[in-house]
Design a protein around this ligand. Structure first.
Ligand code: ADP
Ligand code: MG
Length: 716
């Protein structure tokens, strides 16, 4: 009801309480109608029965049929979360977890965080009354570290399983054995040794303290059986069913209207340009209906949005009635929700989306889909150990999902911006992420769960042994694992506890020895958010000048610290004796003048607070190195030693660990003046092989601070 009141307010100025009540009930009624008309509504009874009689169930259903939003409510109403237990639903994407939870809370008429809530990394809205909990698959995996039998849940729904993210794949393996434990005779005796004997999975003896604490947690608790539901949009139920020993699969019929598929005659050289042309062609020549455009990421979306607005202004006023909205993962959640609202009367809605809109979220009103045919995907080269995001053609399955979005409410059209002959060349489906990503993070978590034999783990699809070996080696080099590939004490355990990539965790732990933990905490928080610098294309020079006042000659990491501190200081100062509105206004002005993205900085502050909490729990002392950036840079070298690169005569760099040739990203303080030896945070492959967030180090530090790696190399 909150949203509708807001929009009403904007339209009419003041709204009386009566109007508000009328609007509230009208909306409630509308939502009830919408729910009733969803395809899944007619099979509620049958689905509940299926869940009752099967401990593992696979549900396949057309996108938009109501699986994600309705099934948890059906199960809740049927009493499947008795004794204060929770129904957990995982999503591969943060945006989906958040937007769906908000929607379901509204459908249930409860406040978010009460019966319905979501939990994603660094943002948990659940409370002890939460019974329907949406979360990312990565988060549930983390929860397993503290509660290996996921004893708080009576039902776990792995949603969007067809996405096959690495977290989903690992979870499936883990849940398979957790479920075995929870439905076996073990229920009678909640004795951890017995559990261990039963599945051989959890709790090796290597960490007595952790073992003891988990033992205590389970003492006297009778574990009840766990219901497991795997949901998927596409029709590959068979692989899931086979993996779960012939588990039962049910199909939910969807409604799909015919969609006309149109191809281009020739391949497009510039798909963004082709997108714009197609978009305006639809807008000017086709009947009413909203347009959904699939792009590959935030930057692309923002630049297309600018171009659309520019072109719109050149059209006659009558044709300007277009509302452009976007949805991608780092968009703040208030903005994400806007895409679901109907466009103002007479306006056409254009939604620029990443593949989030493929199956994770369903936006009403779409009649036209523009599909340039690309997607951003993670790739990992086990040989160099480098992971990057690159833009690749979609699979056939993705193309079909995308076009299907045009036919949910009536016949639609999909414009594929490539020739039909190209479609035939696409691969059938996407390769599971586990085959193309760096595994060190999940291996560390599996190790912390007591899974010692990674290669022997019951994966639905095994990762390549080369990638496993490379990731194990990395963890040994970082000191998280011993030479025998056991979790090291305390470093390995500490690293597994932090919700960060292993290399960041390592940097934090090392920083407590280098007396710069305060600086490293800020750095890690800043590296965990989108860019804090705002670089509008039309004011690029001004933005560069503004950024200069923060930039440090030592590198981008010290620069990020300077920005964070300046923001912090400003906030503290303007908080003093000012009203909230005044503070907000001041802050907006400050951010605008300094070309700073305040949203990213607030997010960084939030993350900082939470990691700080984790660190304090671990008993590490947070001290500052003051102005002594030397300590800080040495610490960075000690943690990021695998990301060290040396300048070549032509001004490019060579990564020492892999031999990969790279260039410094234009956003770096070192874009023009290039130091001899650097470490970097991230490898980005666009038109060039760029490295981003770069700091100057001394080459000699490497052998001193990372002898485990650099002496070895010299001997070779
Ligand atoms: P599935 O999981 O089967 O793909 P969902 O449960 O996600 O389907 O969606 C069911 C319906 O709920 C869709 O018609 C979708 O448009 C609607 N819906 C979901 N979220 C929102 C929202 N925030 N606002 C309005 N409608 C929504
Ligand atoms: Mg869904």
């Amino acid at each position: 009801a909150k949203n509708s009141n807001q929009s009403n307010n904007q339209l009419n100025g003041k709204v009386s309480n009566d109007d508000r009540r009328v609007e509230f009930f009208a909306r409630k009624h509308r939502i009830a109608q919408q729910r009733k008309s969803l395809p899944i509504a007619s099979v509620e009874k049958r689905l509940v029965e299926e869940v009752r009689s099967n401990n593992i169930l696979i549900i396949v259903g057309e996108t938009g049929s109501g699986k994600t939003t309705q099934l948890p409510q059906f199960l809740f109403n049927a009493g499947l979360c008795h004794d204060g237990k929770v129904i957990g639903i995982t999503q591969p994407r943060r945006v989906a977890a958040v937007s769906v939870a908000k929607r379901v809370a509204e459908e249930c008429g409860v406040q978010l965080g009460q019966r319905v809530g979501y939990s994603i990394r660094f943002d948990d809205t659940t409370s002890s009354s939460t019974r329907i909990k949406y979360m990312t698959d990565g988060l549930l995996l983390r929860e397993a570290l503290l509660d290996p039998y996921l004893s708080r849940y009576s039902v776990i729904i792995i949603d969007e399983a067809h996405e096959r993210t690495v977290h989903t794949d690992v979870l499936l393996g883990l849940l398979k054995s957790v479920q075995k434990v929870r439905s076996g005779p073990i229920n009678e005796c909640a004795n951890i040794d017995c559990m261990k004997a039963n599945n051989g999975l959890l709790m090796e003896k290597e960490n007595d303290a952790q073992r003891a604490s988990i033992l205590k947690q389970y003492r006297g608790i009778k574990l009840s059986p766990l219901k497991l539901i795997i949901m998927s949009a596409s029709l590959d139920a068979r692989v899931f069913s086979e993996y779960f020993g012939g588990a039962r699969a049910v199909h939910v019929q969807g409604r799909q209207f015919p969609v006309d598929i149109l191809y281009t005659r020739h391949p497009e050289t510039d798909y963004l340009d082709a997108t714009l042309i197609t978009l305006f062609q639809i807008h000017l020549e086709e009947g009413p209906g909203d347009i959904l455009v699939f792009l590959t990421g935030q930057e692309e979306i923002e630049s297309v949005e600018r171009l659309v607005q520019e072109k719109l202004r050149q059209l006659p006023e009558d044709n300007q009635k277009v509302k452009v909205l976007s949805i991608f993962s780092s968009l703040p959640s208030e903005k994400q929700m806007q895409v679901f609202m109907p466009a103002p009367t007479g306006f056409r809605k254009v939604i620029l989306a990443t593949n989030i809109a493929e199956t994770s979220v369903t936006i009403p009103g779409i009649k036209y889909v523009i599909d340039p045919g690309f997607v951003k995907a993670r790739t990992y080269c086990a040989h160099t150990g480098m992971e990057s995001l690159i833009i690749v053609p979609t699979s056939k399955a993705q193309a079909l999902q995308r076009s299907g979005r045009a036919g949910r409410e009536g016949p639609g059209k999909c414009f594929r911006l490539y020739p039909e002959s190209e479609f035939d060349k696409l691969s059938d489906s996407t390769v599971p992420e586990i085959r193309r990503c760096n595994l060190s993070n999940v291996i560390l978590q599996l190790k912390a769960l007591g899974v010692d034999d990674i290669i022997g783990f019951d994966f639905m699809e095994k990762p390549s042994s080369e990638a496993v070996v490379k990731s194990l080696e990395l963890l040994v080099l970082l000191g998280a694992l011993t030479e025998e590939y056991k979790l090291s004490d305390p470093v390995g355990h500490q690293m597994a506890r932090l919700p960060l990539e292993p290399i960041y965790s390592k940097a934090l732990i090392l920083a407590s020895q280098f007396n710069c933990l305060e600086e490293m905490l800020i750095t890690v928080a800043m590296l965990s958010v989108e860019s804090v610098f705002y670089n509008p294309r039309e004011k690029l020079e001004e933005a560069r000048t503004a950024a200069k006042c923060f930039s440090s000659l030592e590198g981008d990491h010290p620069t990020l610290i300077a920005v964070y501190r300046a923001f912090d200081e400003f906030l503290e100062k303007s908080n003093l004796g000012n009203s909230r509105e005044k503070t907000e206004k001041n802050l907006r002005k400050w951010c605008k003048e300094n070309f700073i993205n305040s949203r990213a900085l607030r997010h960084a502050r939030d993350i900082h607070r939470q990691i700080r909490g984790n660190i304090e729990q671990m008993g590490l002392r947070i001290v500052s190195c003051g102005d002594d950036m030397l300590q800080f840079r040495r610490c960075l070298a000690g943690a990021f030693f695998l990301n060290a690169a040396l300048k070549q005569p032509d001004g490019t760099y060579r990564v020492l660990s892999s031999g990969q040739g790279v260039q410094i990203h234009p956003s770096s303080v070192f874009f023009r003046t290039k130091p001899d030896c650097i470490i970097f945070d991230e490898f980005v492959r666009t038109t060039h092989n760029y490295v981003r967030n770069v700091t100057r180090i001394d080459y000699l530090w490497l052998a001193e601070l990372a002898p485990q790696y650099y002496t070895l190399q010299e001997q070779e």
